[in-house]
Design a protein around this ligand. Structure first.
Ligand code: BTN
Length: 247
């Protein structure tokens, strides 16, 4: 069921309310306290973009399989953009990029059971749809409108995404994990291309992405060895002006 609000603090916080059941989608025209990754805020002008969260029953997954859910959501977004002729890539872990620009951010909240299984997840998604002017402080934003020169019906985009997500979640349910990971790999941003990364203390280093482990670690090849990196251990630095992306 779709639940529409003109304004909410944050759809992902709203999605935690037990009155919403798995499958429910909470959509806001505007968020007053939108949340992004790594403690960032997510702001969006009213009525221009898609701001929503999907409640997902993740109880069929073990906690160490939670990256699969993130992968399914990211792939559903890539599938959606393909329907509009846009060639999207997944910037590890869960940004969606067109070229070197971010078009969508994803934030996932999970609740876990005491037995180590997943219970319920909320996938919060912000798709830049019709926004054409962005805060210059954002390093690399884009939108569907900027990429194509067209305006989009946000309701239709949401409907198409919902179908794509259902298909990807069906794959997850049926245990097609290898196929999902193969698809995820084929859409990784800058796979096999030397890129710059930053450590939390700001130290920069160059490495090449060789893949992503099924548990979500980024496999980086620094020329000497291929090592797994966790989300909090490393961040991408966007090429060109080497300005660090907001991630
Ligand atoms: C990111 O930092 O890239 C993740 C952004 C996620 C934004 C979406 S908008 C809908 C949902 N509600 C929120 O407060 N955040 C997510």
């Amino acid at each position: 069921m779709f639940h529409y609000f003109d304004e909410l603090a944050s759809t992902i916080d709203e999605a935690r309310d037990p009155r919403y059941a798995p499958g429910d989608v909470i959509v806001a025209g505007h968020q007053t306290a939108g949340r992004g990754q790594r403690g960032h805020t997510w702001s969006s002008p009213p009525g221009e973009n898609l701001l929503f969260s999907v409640v997902i029953d993740s109880s069929f997954l073990r906690a160490d399989q939670q990256f699969m859910l993130l992968g399914a959501v990211a792939l559903a977004l890539v599938d959606t953009f393909a329907l509009y002729g846009m060639d999207a890539r997944i910037k590890w872990t869960n940004d969606i990029y067109i070229g070197d620009r971010k078009i969508t951010g994803v934030l996932i909240d999970h609740s876990l059971c005491s037995d180590g299984r997943m219970s319920r997840s909320g996938a919060g998604i912000g798709i830049n749809v019709n926004q054409r002017l962005f805060d210059p402080a954002l390093p690399n934003p884009t939108s569907m409108a900027l990429e194509t020169g067209m305006e989009f019906d946000r309701h239709e985009v949401l409907g198409r995404f919902h179908k794509c997500l259902t298909a990807r979640l069906d794959m997850l349910h049926s245990g097609a994990h290898e196929e999902l990971m193969r698809d995820y790999h084929s859409r990784i941003y800058r796979l096999g291309v030397a890129s710059r990364f930053a450590l939390p203390d700001g130290t920069l280093f160059e490495a090449t992405i060789r893949g992503v482990a099924p548990t979500g670690e980024l496999m980086l090849d620094d020329g000497a060895e291929v090592k797994p990196w966790l989300f909090r251990e490393v961040s991408f630095v966007i090429d060109g002006n080497f300005k660090q992306a907001i991630i």
